[in-house]
Ligand binder design. Sequence first.
Ligand code: COA
Length: 141
Amino acid sequence: MTTGDLPKVLELELLGYSHPWTEGVFRDCFKENYRLWSMVQGEVLRGYAVVNYMVDEAHLLNICVHPCLRGQGAGRKLLRHVLSTSVKEGMVQMLLEVRDTNEAATALYVSEGFEEIGRRPGYYPAAAGREDARVMAYRFT
Ligand SMILES: CC(C)(COP(=O)(O)OP(=O)(O)OC[C@H]1O[C@@H](n2cnc3c(N)ncnc32)[C@H](O)[C@@H]1OP(=O)(O)O)[C@@H](O)C(=O)NCCC(=O)NCCS
């Protein structure tokens, strides 16, 4: 992903989340210890992912696929790309948080080998109050 992709990324972000990231949050990720990936077909942005490397841990901060393209394997392909890049770059595990009610994402992570290792109560803002996060991990070794 480049900063030039941000207008399209932000459009998709608004479609993907009840509480989307702002442009400022994305811009703050254009740093050495982050990896930002765009998945494109022709000129069309199909999805994107943002990962933060902390020493030897990769933290998947955002993964999103265009609503019209979901259920066709794009999310799995993007996740596998992020996993394989992280292991090649020396990470020993990938961590992520996912909303308790996000069944599609949770099913994707479990099917790729992530395990729930904890919960963060009230981690996410929700329509009514707050919602818990599952913390999930994938160990490369
Ligand atoms: C999560 C997300 C990236 C998945 O992308 P996708 O392209 O639809 O996923 P895929 O087509 O590769 O599906 C992979 C697996 O995810 C699971 N899955 C996908 N959609 C699902 C749904 N609606 N219900 C239940 N499981 C689902 C299934 O296990 C599926 O495997 P299968 O096709 O063999 O059954 C997509 O739903 C998305 O962008 N959601 C909005 C943003 C978001 O919530 N991101 C995650 C933040 S933690």
